[in-house]
Design a binder for this molecule. Structure first.
Ligand code: HEC
Ligand code: HEC
Length: 373
């Protein structure tokens, strides 16, 4: 879509028209043709609607909006909106993969991250792997913060991208990243030369093997295994390390995570699925899940709070226990959910939550009443 974004309106319309014609829709305008083909169904997307979706930034920076942001401003954005999940220094809170670390000043010179070849180095951070700065910008712009994607201003995206690169020793602390100097920054990205399309999965020449795939699958015809072997599993030590996976899914459909509070293979406690798709433990003949549980899923509180145990923030059961029987618990918790804060449970801050007051109240009431499911 980027290719058409910068085109003048007239060209875009004719592009749309020729697309319509090539799809076999005849008419003087695409909208007329669409209306005729599907009378009474929908309407053509407006230019504004198309623009709202058309946000991709290409490696040649087509689609990058004009603007800028400083490392200093990026530090504010980072500490306010990112550090709670990714750690003050981008090293993660042991919950998410680290974004920063593992790159050196030498890598900035060579454009290849030496440690990617060091098997003893623990982990592969984002800055070790990413090979185009446009990807970093685009991903943050479209997907972060995880619990409020697309909420950042253009300046904030530039700023926080600059700050991440500053933490990785790629940019000095006085730097102001902008649409004008993104290309220069690309030339400092530690792993800019570390990726190749010269292998069999791309129409490249191949890594010396003439463009063939680097994996060869041969059908077994004799003495074959009768049962396929399990090749991917969660090791026991990792199983419940960060709370119950079944309770941490985003609402994307019918998928459920494994109930990691029990050994592999044990029957899951997570038997019922609430109206909003939130998995809940269901004692026999229980009424539906507490509405608050559905809200905790809807507002992705569960990205940071386990039902029982701590993930980034305390488990809901732990919070309920702490405030049990306190007269002002409901009002206090409503305010805290809305405004976030720090220091009651540890140094990791909880970001302010942009949910309606009424929903914050339902959650607070539920917590004050024992966080039952
Ligand atoms: C509520 C927790 C949370 C917050 C807050 C958050 N992130 Fe993330 N971030 C995640 C998760 C989870 C992923 C992995 C998402 C996925 O793979 O679908 C991620 C992935 C990323 C990645 C890509 C990592 C990779 O190597 O693929 C970047 C870059 C990133 N976040 C930057 C940011 C920035 C910048 C902010 C603040 C503006 C932010 N995040 C706020 C949870 C969070
Ligand atoms: C990005 C991670 C994150 C998200 C998302 C998040 N929280 Fe928190 N929450 C925390 C952290 C960290 C704390 C501990 C803060 C402290 O020590 O003061 C916390 C604390 C709390 C507390 C206890 C407050 C206190 O003073 O004891 C409540 C209640 C709470 N969160 C509810 C929620 C609700 C409801 C949502 C969703 C609307 C939510 N949180 C989303 C990280 C998060």
């Amino acid at each position: 879509m980027s290719s058409s974004r910068k085109a003048p309106l007239a060209r875009r319309l004719s592009l749309g028209l020729s697309l319509g014609l090539s799809l076999g829709l005849l008419g003087t305008a695409v909208s007329a043709a669409q209306a005729a083909s599907f009378p009474g169904v929908g309407r053509p997307a407006t230019l504004k609607e198309v623009q709202a979706w058309d946000i991709d930034v290409r490696p040649d920076f087509l689609g990058l909006p004009k603007g800028s942001g400083s490392v200093a401003k990026g530090m504010e954005v980072w500490e306010g909106k990112c550090a709670s999940c990714h750690g003050i220094f981008g090293e993660s809170n042991e919950t998410f993969t680290p974004l920063v670390g593992g790159t050196t000043k030498e890598d900035v010179g060579t454009g290849r991250v030496a440690r990617l070849n060091d098997r003893s180095f623990p982990g592969r951070t984002t800055l070790m792997k990413v090979s185009s700065v446009s990807t970093l910008w685009d991903y943050i712009n479209r997907a972060m913060p995880w619990n409020q994607p697309k909420s950042l201003s253009v300046e904030e995206v530039y700023a926080v991208t600059a700050y991440l690169l500053h933490m990785g020793d790629v940019l000095p602390d006085s730097f102001v990243l902008s649409d004008k100097n993104m290309a220069e920054v690309q030339n400092r990205l530690p792993n800019r030369n570390g990726k190749t399309i010269e292998h069999g999965l791309w129409p490249g020449k191949g890594l010396g093997n003439g463009g063939k795939p680097d994996v060869v699958a041969r059908a077994c015809m004799t003495n074959c295994e009768a049962e396929p072997k399990l090749a991917s599993f969660l090791p026991d030590f990792a199983r419940n390390a960060h709370g119950n996976l079944a309770e941490q899914n985003r609402l994307v459909g019918a998928q459920r995570g494994a109930d990691t509070t029990r050994p592999a293979g044990a029957p899951a406690v997570v038997a019922a699925v609430g109206a909003a798709g939130v998995a809940t433990a269901a004692p026999a003949a229980a009424a539906g899940p507490a509405p608050a549980v559905a809200l905790a899923g809807k507002y992705t509180c569960t990205a940071c709070h386990g039902m029982e145990k701590k993930i980034v923030g305390p488990g809901f059961a732990e919070i309920a226990k702490r405030y049990a029987g306190k007269a002002d618990a409901e009002a206090y918790l409503t305010a805290k959910i809305k405004s976030g804060g720090q220091g009651v449970w540890g140094v990791v801050p909880m970001p302010a939550q942009g949910l309606p007051e009424a929903d914050a109240k339902v959650l607070a009431q539920w917590l004050a009443a024992g966080a039952k499911r």
